[in-house]
Design a protein around this ligand. Structure first.
Ligand code: F0G
Length: 380
């Protein structure tokens, strides 16, 4: 007899640590359980002996880590009787909101910055049937509008200010500890709105039986005191490192940025909603923030694709760009175990990928000699 159990998503998998009851109708697309891939070629190429992993969140159902939070937020919205959800988004949240709303049979309204979201994300929001509202403004303006409009219309906000989003996203930390048998020494993430770095810290803290108040004291679930104290899985939490795009780096500036710009459109955010939480995460974990230029971000994206076969979107590569720099400088010492979150799939943003390597495509006549020449002159 088969003993196989079907994986049915992260809420079921971590049910005893999630804010659901036995009666809750779970809205899931089988999210979570993403690969933790050990990099085999890059550490050697930079001459450093580190145990370097990427958590490939682009392999979630809609291609980003947002699915972890969205399954939980939409599950609770439906349970509470909501018929519509709303978010502002740089793209991935809107894709996830659209898909999970479709699954639940409710309406998704998404506000996106006109002309500034990657093509794949726009396609997702549209094909899943979300009401897509482009605004002539950036993500931060959209976020402010969503908060205002939710006071005037019967819609549930599913941005990461919704505490259930972070409860879903904390499971990425659980998976890493479950797989490694311990927390890594360092965990590196790209930071935009700063919800994900906060969610990871909640997850690591919950697994490490911390006695301090939950970092998200506003969390409706924990009510300020982590209810999982005493259910320890590991005794250690990682140092948390957040990397931002240089043109969009309020944590480096120490203040909000009004006109963020970066090729990594997913993190083109100047007014992070989880500002206070993220500073707490940095302080409690002994971590730091740093910034990467667009050139560094695109170079890291290319390095991952060409040396490891892993395709992530530009924003995701920010974690690797920053981590490699800190490994090279010794700030992250040799011998460390390091996890970088790759937040979204590379296929989300085909335009940026093609633009980076347009000159690598060969066009030849459709005849044997020409194709043979093309092969022989390009053998490595
Ligand atoms: N990476 C990707 C691919 C993202 O889409 C985002 C955020 C982040 C990193 C940053 O995560 O905001 O939790 O610090 N995207 C949001 C969106 C804002 O609307 O899709 P964060």
């Amino acid at each position: 007899m088969s003993t196989a159990t079907r994986y049915t998503g992260l809420i079921e998998h971590y049910r005893d640590r999630m804010p659901v009851t036995a009666d809750t109708r779970i809205i899931s697309l089988g999210e979570g359980n993403t690969p933790l891939v050990r990099l085999e070629n890059i550490p050697g190429a930079i001459g450093k002996d580190v145990e370097l992993y990427v958590k490939y969140e682009g392999l979630n159902p809609t291609g980003s880590f947002k699915d972890r939070g969205m399954t939980m937020a939409v599950t609770r919205a439906v349970e509470e009787g909501s018929r519509a959800i709303i978010c502002a988004s740089t793209g991935n949240t809107s894709a996830a909101a659209a898909a999970y709303a479709a699954r639940a049979g409710i309406t998704a309204f998404v506000l996106i910055p006109e002309g500034k979201i990657a093509l794949g994300k726009l396609a997702q929001a549209m094909i899943h049937g979300a009401v897509v509202i482009q605004i002539r403004g950036n993500f931060d303006a959209g976020m402010a509008l969503v908060k205002e409009v939710a006071d005037h219309a019967p819609v549930t906000i599913v941005n990461s200010i919704n505490p259930y989003r972070l409860q879903g996203q904390k499971t990425a930390a659980f998976e890493i500890v479950d797989e490694l048998g311990r927390a890594p020494d360092f965990h590196c993430l790209p930071v935009g709105n700063a919800g994900n770095i906060t969610a990871h810290w909640i997850g690591y803290s919950e697994y490490a039986q911390h006695d301090s108040a939950c970092v998200t004291t506003a969390c409706a679930f924990c009510e300020g005191k982590c209810k999982f104290s005493g259910k320890s899985v590991t005794d250690k939490r990682p140092v948390m490192v957040g990397y931002q795009a240089a043109g969009s780096a309020p944590f480096m500036r120490g203040e909000m940025v009004d006109h963020p710009e970066t090729v990594a459109t997913a993190i083109r955010i100047g007014h992070p909603q989880s500002w206070d939480y993220a500073w707490k995460v940095k302080d409690e974990s002994g971590g730091w923030f740093d910034e990467c230029t667009d050139e560094e971000i695109l170079a890291a994206q290319k390095l991952l694709t060409s040396r490891e076969g892993i395709f992530c979107e530009p924003a995701s590569a920010t974690s690797v760009a920053g981590a490699l720099r800190d490994i090279q400088s010794g700030k992250i010492p040799e011998g460390s175990s390091v996890v970088c979150t790759l937040t979204g799939h590379g296929l989300k943003d085909p335009d940026t990928a093609i633009k980076q390597c347009a000159d690598t495509m060969l066009t030849v006549d459709a005849e044997l000699g020409a194709v043979k020449d093309a092969i022989l002159s390009n053998m490595s």
